[in-house]
Design a protein around this ligand. Structure first.
Ligand code: ADP
Ligand code: ASP
Ligand code: MG
Length: 405
């Protein structure tokens, strides 16, 4: 029998009507003769509200308690959806991440999945039930509740789809698919009908919120077919599949323009230009679980250099404190942070064989009078760090320049 994992994001289960609409869709899928595993996010802005509440209660938020708090949102959605399904005569059982067998490491607030022991999910399916799993959470090897990082209900869904060998993992959200740019910023962005895992991964890595980064990685590594689509219109969305010959032939040079305003830039000044210093600097950050993204080292002048890199804004304090504590050991002068930056990226598998994309990107930004701070590239992506207030203008101009409208 066909097995489908269906994941519903926060807006998709935002109120009672939405939950009933989701239940109706799950019931239809069952009636079409498919097995369904459902993964849900917290309702609407519940997670944000819980995080705000925590900061109103205390300036000290032990990570274990933070996880206990924010994991509650998803739990509410599971029980409500099961009730809505019961009313439609569909047998369903709710599961927390722990009950669903999502086992993680002990790094609270951004735990990594180390194992999926989906025995109870399989049993529920065999009993003819619809398992409804709380996304975004797991249980650590120390038996504490953990969460997997913002947006990580996608990851729960993809991990379960991989382990259960699902035919497809459907990601239901508030847009009709993955677009050539965030449709909220570029109204004439177009829906991409099909993407390769590599392109999706680059879009997520560049900050395209529509699919959480680690879930894109997981889908690529385990070849889980994804279908990103709308829970409002239910129309076909974007398929994310293995790249095949037909895709290569029709490959666009640039597929999408993506932006990310969730990062900050850290600059370490007066770093001695000798072997081992950069290694020590980035080990310090790794020890604090700070994810470093782009890194740029300037040419050295009189034996010292500046190193700049970007980190998620939520990690700025950890990064600055970490580096400050090691300035003497590193022999560096100082460390500064800048939260007023954003990244704009152009992505396309066709870039590999088409020169000139970089030139067009830089010319377009120049024409808009937008200054480029840092530049980084992969084989199918070019990213520029610009001022945050310029980023939406940059996205629109690049979307036009590469004729994606
Ligand atoms: P959910 O709560 O369903 O997980 P998210 O807010 O995480 O939804 O992701 C959906 C949002 O991603 C959309 O509302 C859209 O604004 C944003 N987005 C950013 N880039 C893109 C893109 N390239 N294509 C589609 N949506 C995008
Ligand atoms: N509710 C969590 C968040 O807001 C997880 C998710 O929505 O995927 O980050
Ligand atoms: Mg999301």
């Amino acid at each position: 029998m066909t097995l489908v994992v269906q994941k519903f994001g926060g807006t998709s289960v935002g109120d009672a009507d939405r939950i009933r609409a989701v239940a109706d869709h799950v019931a239809r899928t069952r009636r079409a003769g498919k097995d369904v595993v459902v993964v849900v996010s917290a309702m609407g802005k519940t997670t944000d509200d819980l995080i705000r509440l925590a900061s109103e209660v205390s300036s000290v938020q032990p990570p274990r308690e933070y996880d206990m708090l924010v994991s509650a949102g998803e739990r509410i959605s599971t029980a409500l959806l099961c009730m809505a399904l019961a009313e439609l005569g569909v047998a369903a059982s709710s599961f927390t991440g722990s009950q669903a067998g999502i086992v993680t490491d002990t790094s609270h607030t951004k735990a990594k999945i180390v194992d999926v022991r989906a025995g109870r999910i399989t049993e529920a399916l065999e009993a003819g039930k619809v398992p409804v799993v709380a996304g975004f959470q797991g249980v650590s090897t120390d038996r504490d509740v953990t969460t997997l990082g913002r947006g990580a209900s996608d990851l729960t869904a993809v991990a379960l789809a991989a382990v259960l060998g699902a035919d497809v993992c459907e990601i239901y959200t508030d847009v009709t698919g993955v677009f050539s740019a965030d449709p909220r910023i570029v109204p004439d962005a177009h829906k991409l009908s099909r993407l390769s895992f590599e392109e999706m991964l680059e879009i997520s890595a560049a900050g395209g919120r529509v699919l959480q980064l680690r879930s894109a990685e997981f889908a690529r590594n385990h070849r889980v077919p994804l279908h990103v689509r709308s829970s409002f219109t239910w129309e076909p969305g974007t398929w994310i599949l293995e790249e095949d010959v037909s895709m290569v032939e029709e490959e666009a040079v640039v597929t999408a323009v993506v932006h990310d305003a969730s990062q900050a830039k850290i600059t370490v000044t007066g770093v001695p230009d000798k072997p081992g210093v950069a290694a020590r600097l980035f080990r310090t950050l790794a020890d604090r679980s700070v994810n470093v993204d782009d890194i740029v080292q300037n040419a050295s002048v009189r034996g010292t250099t500046d190193i700049s890199f970007t980190v998620p804004r939520i990690d700025v304090n950890a990064a600055v404190e970490g580096v400050s504590g090691h300035l003497a050991a590193l022999g560096a002068e100082g460390v500064t942070s800048d939260e007023g930056i954003a990244k704009v990226s152009v992505i396309g598998a066709g870039m590999k064989s088409h020169p000139g994309v970089t030139a067009t990107m830089f010319e377009t930004l120049a024409e808009e009078g937008i200054n480029i701070d840092l530049i980084s590239t992969s084989t199918i992506r070019i990213s520029c760090i610009v001022r945050e207030q310029d980023v939406e203008r940059a996205v629109r101009a690049l979307h036009r320049a590469f004729e994606l409208g």
